[in-house]
Design a binder for this molecule. Structure first.
Ligand SMILES: CC(C)(COP(=O)(O)OP(=O)(O)OC[C@H]1O[C@@H](n2cnc3c(N)ncnc32)[C@H](O)[C@@H]1OP(=O)(O)O)[C@@H](O)C(=O)NCCC(=O)NCCS
Length: 185
């Protein structure tokens, strides 16, 4: 386990993951309002992010939480390309990674690279025992991310997700610390 703040994390190709700052508010709101239909299909926070004030309240919370890893952005040549976060239980056992990417940056590997680095962060920085990625059954692009990284598909949570189209089933993927240690290099 290492100490200190791990950010910024270089992903290569001009991409970096760093904590959000309050100056990212306008860029975040532009995404939440401009890509509402696309992101809202799978992400429940889009439905409730109805104004820049709601966005500001969320941003203030994550910016203030310097011990947390929930509020980070993927920036490509300084431009907001996507979001990635890791939330963990209070006992340091399990964490969950979530992500999204703006349409112009989709299909370029930034989310897989960021998720790999957040998996590393969870095991090597935080010392967690288990990391989870949950994706809608029909969200093939999202499911491909943990599958590419060697996460194990564990099962189905019925009706556990909600997007603008209503409730959907979620596939749970997980990796254990021992699987991370023994992963093929
Ligand atoms: C789900 C989502 C984040 C996936 O984004 P993505 O851009 O497909 O994922 P990645 O950044 O890992 O890119 C993967 C693609 O880049 C390619 N790629 C290029 N370089 C790569 C690299 N170094 N590493 C991995 N993939 C690479 C892969 O082959 C893959 O290509 P494909 O689209 O032809 O299959 C995105 O579709 C999204 O934001 N959707 C809406 C919100 C959402 O569903 N969020 C998840 C909720 S669980």
């Amino acid at each position: 386990m290492t100490r200190g703040d791990p950010f910024p994390i270089e992903l290569g190709g001009g991409a970096v993951v760093r904590r959000y700052v309050m100056d990212d508010l306008d860029a975040l709101w532009a995404v939440a309002s401009g890509e509402r239909e696309r992101l809202g299909e799978w992400m429940p926070w889009v439905e409730s992010t109805t104004s820049i004030d709601v966005q500001r309240r969320w941003l203030t919370k994550v910016v203030d939480d310097l011990d947390g890893f929930d509020g980070c952005g993927i920036f490509v040549d300084g431009e907001l390309a996507g979001g990635v976060g890791l939330s963990s239980d209070p006992y340091g056992i399990t964490g969950e990674i979530g992500y999204w990417v703006r349409e112009p940056f989709e299909g370029r590997g930034f989310v897989t690279s960021a998720s790999l680095e957040f998996t590393r962060l969870a095991f090597e920085h935080l010392g967690l025992n288990r990391v989870v990625i949950r994706a809608g059954v029909g969200n093939q692009r999202s499911r491909a991310v943990p599958e590419r990284l060697g996460y194990v598909e564990e099962g189905l949570e019925r009706g556990a997700g909600r997007g603008l189209g209503g409730f959907y089933d979620i596939v749970v993927y997980a990796m254990l610390a021992e699987e991370w240690r023994d992963r093929p290099q």
